[in-house]
Design a binder for this molecule. Structure first.
Ligand code: FMN
Length: 185
């Protein structure tokens, strides 16, 4: 198929739509982020790309801790709400049932089936965004979303985001065993 150049872009798919939690001036705040990924295994770490003006970033820097919460598709309206409203002028602390884990200063979302508690490891100024890297200190999973002791993607039904159309999506069906189907070639 012919290729079309569309210039430098950030349209990598799929992107998760996660909720980042932080205590800002002592109040729990949650923002939506799709620029999120796994960064390291030892120590286990995740990265976020956050615009410098985000209220949540202020809290991450204040406490040195934050949470990353993976919502199910059913939470799409609440996720969008947290991506439209800033904690600077909207109290988002009661949008979700909040709980605290090991770190005690990283607010976690009870309604999200998968939650990571992170300790701030690195902040890298890349321009418009700060690349925030957090060490994963604990993972919480809804009991009903486990299969063989691991988080099960079909049970979690994670919300994903497509930046090109600004639409939320659901993941599709499994298409093959990783580290397996390639051996058949
Ligand atoms: C689907 C979606 C994805 C988003 N992803 C990011 C992101 O990766 N990084 C970012 O800085 N802002 C992102 N935003 C924007 C913030 O969520 C939004 O500005 C929010 O109001 C910030 O909240 P806060 O000021 O309380 O931290 C996203 C918004 C939406 C709706």
């Amino acid at each position: 198929m012919a290729k079309v150049k569309i210039g430098p872009s950030t349209h990598l798919y799929p992107k998760p739509a996660v909720l980042v939690g932080a205590l800002v001036d002592g109040r729990a705040n949650f923002m939506t982020a799709s620029w999120c990924g796994i960064a390291c295994e030892k120590p286990p770490a995740m990265s976020l790309a956050l615009r410098k003006i985000r209220h949540t970033l202020k809290g991450i820097n204040q406490q040195g801790t934050f949470s990353i919460n993976l919502p199910s598709v059913a939470l799409a309206p609440q996720v969008d709400y947290c991506g439209i409203h800033s904690g600077k002028d909207t109290d988002k602390s009661a949008v979700f049932q909040v709980f605290y884990g090991l770190l005690q200063t990283a607010p976690l979302v009870q309604e999200c089936p998968l939650n990571f508690e992170c300790r701030l490891l690195h902040s890298l100024d890349l321009g418009s965004h700060m690349l925030v890297v957090g060490q994963i200190m604990e993972t919480h999973v809804d009991q009903g979303c486990l299969a063989d002791g691991k988080p099960d993607v079909e049970k979690i039904d994670p919300l994903t985001y497509a930046s090109g159309t600004s639409q939320y999506h659901r993941l599709g069906e499994a298409v093959g065993q990783a580290y397996g189907i390639g051996k058949l070639l």
